[in-house]
Write a protein that binds this ligand. Sequence first.
Ligand code: EPU
Length: 449
Amino acid sequence: MDNSEDSFIVRGGKPLKGQIQLSGAKNVALKVLIAALLFDSPITFKNIPRIRDINELLHLINKLGAQADFTDSNTVVVDSHGLSSDTIDLLHAAKIRASFMFFAPLLYRFGKAFIPNPGGCRLGARPIDRHISMLQAFGVKVTYNSETGFYESQLNGNSIRGTTFTFDKPTHTGTELAIMLASRADGESVIKNAAQEPEIDDLINLLNQAGAHIKRENGSVLIKGTPILHYKNDSFTIMVDRNEAPTFASFGITTRGDIMIYGIKESDIEYFATEIKNIGAGVEVLPEGIRFYYKGELKSSSITTGPHPGFMTDWQGPWAVMMTQAHGVSTIHETIFEDRFGYVSELQKLGADIEFYQPELDNPRKIYQFNIENDDNLKSLQQAIRIKGPTQLHNGVMDVKDLRAGATILIAACSAEGESVINGASIIDRGYEDIERKLQSLGAAIKRV
Ligand code: EPU
């Protein structure tokens, strides 16, 4: 990828056909590379995707004095020796959401940590209040310095203190941060109302294989702190990116093509697999992966996103493009993030018939996973869309607002007649490895300019 070229030109209208091997999961790679700084010995990771978020993270780790580098195409070695700074670089931290996960290794090593307000996709307010309350339960004093934009944190005692903490609402990265802290805390910890995403289990597996004692039980995570974290096997291979599978499934079905996706298990994307069968798309589950193909008229659907094992928020954009090709009226109700419809205005430019509507809800504060400050805040929400199909999309010039919105408009451009321009390719590069090579291998006419 060349940073000076930040657009894609796509000539659409051709069915995409072929095979895809999924890359490693971004949302695992980011966490395990940071968790490696809690370890007493170097560790080798396999299947780390070469994406911009990982490049930024490796830079942050090296800036702290530790070492983390690619040693071949998808292998990264992290050595925590040399870690010498308790402060995260402002410029690079602002570029990735996971930068606040550094609280765990820095508090463990230095008893204090200075971390800028996190970056990443904007998707609404995205506060870290739940993380901060959890840190406080582990015996950490945290203040936010609005002049510098840094969170300033310090342990109250000499070590991280094991604790019992209940998240008001589950949080994926909050649960992971709690697990990292607890694995190096004194005593036992119980994290209640923990998030259930499988990416978290990959982190748990890594820590357990290095000597930690972590298990899930009835919606909680139980962790015994360990004095030593030492990974004895040759390397740890992270799981595949579950979010890439629905994206490529949508590329296949929306363009009336046929794509075999290697590396995905039906159980990883169960909700998606069920819904896609319901709309009449072709799905063939094989031991080595899943084939998604167009087999005739698609039916409309009604989707509500939810925490795992629900329909993931990351999948709703690719689903929305597919629904522009379905017969009838489809709806999508987003309950995880406040602002995850950054693709709607862009799809409208291609002629998609999409409008926002207000769903009737008995208890929005329970259904929505983001914080709702007051009733005015509730009234201004735009959490649901209605899509009428089928529509033959035409070409256009589109802007990428966030990572998943970027993948969504790429799918639309591949399905639309004519040549489209997509500005903001680097946002897609944050989370999708080699996207244009993969699409070219499926027959897409895409180039970076
Ligand atoms: N929230 C708060 N306060 C907090 C924590 C979360 O209000 O302290 C809100 C969030 O703003 C959101 C909701 O709670 O509205 C749920 O957020 P959660 O913390 O679960 O999400 P996250 O940890 O920020 C991770 C992934 C997302 C993925 C979600 C859901 C990473 C780096 N990010 O976000 O991935 O969509 O979990 O599984 O792991 C992506 O890859 O594009 C992406 C956004």
